[in-house]
Design a protein around this ligand. Structure first.
Ligand code: SAM
Ligand code: SF4
Length: 471
């Protein structure tokens, strides 16, 4: 039964705490053969069951974990190749009626300066982002009556309709409070990409403890938030857990059950999964020392197991993480990262040193977009700003990448190269331009026949000044 009223508290959801605890208990100390069989299944691109995921999470030797990491790297390479999609977060407003213990924006935090972008200021932010080369944004809002569906839709509409020079924002994803079905419909109208809601923790007692008041204290309203989005016609939804609030193995299982629920109910799982770790935030003691802090080694395990468990779901890593960790986990299965990010309200166009007081938390990776792209190119990745699938109505593209033979070759690689070429011609530093053109050449060499001709012709059009070339 699905309960959508904000008033009713639903005790029985698809998250069954005892079942998860039992699974994790009963799969302790798995033997190597069991783990290897699961890895074989995953490399065969078959989805894993909850018991198989629990078994992997319980691997208890260094050697077995090395095998799991290797399998995750192979699977990532097999499905996604060397493309990495880039985006930037844009904070629209930090007013909030909730009191999430871990977040700098919570209502009781007096150290944060509250601000909501005016339309004029929003345009300045977009200008700064477009002029750096960004094409994809995630817009972020606190939970506040000011941030109504109409307000959210209006801000997104402004973003889509603000063009600077050769550039514009082509895909806007949203991270905002759960809405009613009617609310989602209003937001969908302006053409959003993914609607993200992180459950934060799937462990109900912990959830209740860290969300003591405000609308977010209703676990079920949030848990079914993306069901309502899908019922409103939003095809791409993103789930996530905030690691550090409760046992990381339990949270991975929660994400898996959430995925299964969406697949069973709507025939398609989440478009993306996010797995942020809690970062320090102004005036927020719990964020300095989270109760279940996840160390770097366990963080790698989270990414590898998710990659193996749901091969066709995009995995998002954010600049919350420091550079060295970002490098490592990219290889294990991440398909999207943000770059050149700034998370203070108004912080792309305004260099106020006090901006930290308008920020939700403190970033681990503060490199510019160009620096990130340069490094990705050095490591033979193709940085991509592709937005073609969603604009051609091919929603759920990760599933297609995985399921339709030749999809990556036909659409993803050319579109990644086209958007990279646009970036190089319009925004890149000299050294990024140089290495980028070489990487494009190398990728062309891997193609053949009509495909090769079509890609060369597309790149040529871009070099002659055409923009937004895509398949
Ligand atoms: N207010 C909306 C909500 O809570 O769903 C959307 C915006 S909220 C700013 C986006 C996400 O930031 C939250 O879902 C949470 O996972 C994450 N977050 C909050 N505090 C954080 C912290 N200290 N470190 C890292 N991520 C944090
Ligand atoms: Fe508000 Fe979201 Fe922060 Fe909670 S996580 S305090 S709802 S902005």
């Amino acid at each position: 039964m699905y309960i959508f009223t904000k008033e009713k508290y639903c005790e029985k959801t698809f998250i069954n705490t005892e079942e998860i605890e039992e699974l994790l208990e009963n799969t302790k100390f798995p033997d190597s053969e069991k783990i290897r069989n699961i890895l074989r299944k995953s490399l065969n691109k078959e989805k894993l069951s909850p018991i198989e995921v629990a078994t992997l999470l319980n691997a208890n030797s260094r050697e077995l974990w090395e095998e799991i990491f290797d399998a995750a790297r192979k699977l990532k390479e097999k499905i996604y190749g060397n493309r990495i999609v880039l985006f930037a977060p844009l904070y629209i407003g930090n007013e909030c009626v909730n009191d999430c213990e871990y977040c700098g924006f919570r209502v009781s935090n007096k150290k944060v300066v509250r601000q909501t972008l005016t339309i004029e200021k929003l345009k300045e932010e977009i200008k700064a982002l477009v002029n750096k080369g960004h094409k994809r944004l995630i817009v972020v809002y606190g939970e506040h009556p000011k941030y109504s569906p109409e307000f959210i839709a209006k801000t997104i509409d402004v973003i889509y309709n603000t063009k600077y020079g050769n550039g514009e924002i082509r895909r806007v994803n949203v991270n905002a409070a759960p809405q009613t079905i009617e609310g989602y419909k209003i937001i969908k109208e302006v053409g959003i990409g993914t609607f993200q809601i992180f459950q934060e923790t799937y462990h109900i007692p912990t959830y209740k403890k860290v969300h003591p008041r405000g609308p977010k204290s209703n676990f079920a309203w949030r848990l079914y938030g993306l069901d309502r989005a899908m019922l409103a016609g939003i095809d791409d939804v993103g789930i996530g857990a905030l690691f550090g609030l409760y046992d990381w193995k339990f949270e991975v299982m929660g994400l898996i059950y959430h995925t299964i629920h969406l697949e069973e109910r709507f025939g398609v799982g989440p478009h993306t999964i996010s797995f942020p770790r809690i970062e320090p935030a102004v005036g927020t003691p719990i964020a300095e020392r989270p109760p279940y802090q996840v160390n770097d080694e366990d963080f790698k395990k989270i990414v590898a197991v998710l990659r193996l468990a749901v091969p066709y779901t995009g995995l998002i890593l954010t600049a919350r993480e420091p550079v060295e960790i970002r490098r490592e986990v990219l290889k294990l299965g991440v398909s999207q990262i943000d770059a050149g990010s700034s998370i203070g309200v108004g912080s792309y166009s305004d260099k106020d040193p006090e901006l930290i007081k308008k920020s939700q938390f403190i970033l681990g990776d503060t490199r510019t977009l160009d620096e990130v792209i340069y490094e990705l190119l050095q490591e033979n990745y193709i940085p991509s700003f592709c937005t073609a699938c969603y604009r051609a109505g091919r929603t759920g593209e990760h599933f297609m990448e995985f399921a339709i033979p030749g999809f990556v070759k036909r659409f993803c690689t050319p579109n990644a190269l086209f958007t990279l070429n646009e970036y190089l011609n319009d925004y890149a530093s000299e050294k990024t331009y140089e290495i980028g053109k070489k990487v494009i050449q190398k990728e062309i060499e891997k193609l053949s026949g009509k495909q090769k001709e079509a890609v060369i012709s597309g790149l040529d059009k871009i070099n002659k000044g055409e923009r937004d070339v895509r398949f």
